[in-house]
Ligand binder design. Structure first.
Ligand code: AR6
Length: 185
C-alpha cells in the first residue's frame, strides 16, 4: 500500500491507495446519496462488504429523520467490515462550481469528523467524496478536502485521518494538493 504521512497539529494525515472496505480504522466514511439506500462506486462496495444489516440500519435512519441533506453526516455500525463504524455523508453533485459545491464538500468532510468526534473515534478513513459519479474536479476537491481535514486535525476532532484514494492518478493529484496545503512530516 502506497502511503504518505503528514504531521498536522497534534494529529496525522495519510494518503494511501487502497480499497477503503479493507481498512482497519475506527470508522470509514461512505460517499452516499440522500436516500442512504446504497448505490454504485464506493457506496456499493461498502454495502457489499458490510452485509445487509448496513442497509437496514440506513433505512431506519431515513425512516426516522428523512433523507440525509448534502453536506451532513450520520453514523452506523460497520457490521461485517473491519472498521467498527461507517459514517455516511453526502457530497455535492458538481454543477459547474457556482452552486456552493466547494463549501458543501467542505461541510461533508467537517460533519464527518464531528460525527467521529461525537463517538470518540480517533482514526477515520475517507474516500474522495464527490470525485466519482458526482463529477467534482479532483484537484479542487483535494484542496478543499485537505484544508478542511487540516483544520479538523488542528482542532483535534480526531487523531488520524487516512485519505483512501483508488488510483495512482488520484494519489498524484492529492499529493500535489497536499504539498501546498500541508507540510511534510
Ligand atoms: N475504495 C476507495 N475508493 C473508492 C472505492 C473503494 N472501494 N470505490 C470507488 N472509489 P463515487 P461520489 C472512489 O462515485 O462521486 C454512489 O452511487 C472513486 O474512484 O463512489 O461521491 C452513491 O450512492 C472516486 O474517486 O462517489 C451516490 O449516488 C470516489 O471513490 C454517488 O455514487 C468517489 O466516487 C456518489 O458519488
Amino acid at each position: 500500500m502506497t502511503a504518505h504521512a503528514f504531521a498536522v497539529g497534534p494529529g496525522h494525515l495519510h494518503l494511501v491507495v487502497a480499497d477503503i472496505t479493507t481498512l482497519s480504522v475506527d470508522a470509514i466514511v461512505n460517499a452516499a446519496n440522500p436516500s442512504l439506500a446504497g448505490g454504485g462506486g464506493v457506496d456499493g462496495a461498502i454495502h457489499r462488504a458490510a452485509g445487509p444489516r448496513l442497509l437496514a440500519a440506513c433505512l431506519d435512519i431515513v425512516r426516522g429523520s428523512g433523507p440525509l441533506p448534502t453536506g451532513q453526516a450520520v453514523a452506523t455500525p460497520g457490521f461485517n467490515l473491519p472498521a467498527a463504524h461507517v459514517i455516511h455523508t453526502v457530497g455535492p453533485i458538481w454543477r459547474g462550481g457556482a452552486n456552493n459545491e466547494p463549501s458543501l464538500l467542505a461541510s461533508a468532510y467537517r460533519e464527518s469528523l464531528l460525527a467521529a468526534q461525537a463517538l470518540g473515534l480517533g482514526r477515520v478513513a475517507f474516500p474522495a467524496i464527490s470525485c466519482g459519479v458526482y463529477g467534482f474536479p479532483e484537484e479542487l476537491a483535494a484542496r478543499t478536502a485537505l484544508q478542511t481535514l487540516r483544520q479538523g486535525l488542528m482542532d483535534a476532532l480526531v487523531a488520524e485521518v487516512t485519505m483512501c484514494l483508488f488510483s495512482g492518478r488520484a494519489l498524484d493529484a492529492w499529493r500535489e494538493a497536499a504539498g501546498t496545503v500541508l507540510s511534510d512530516e
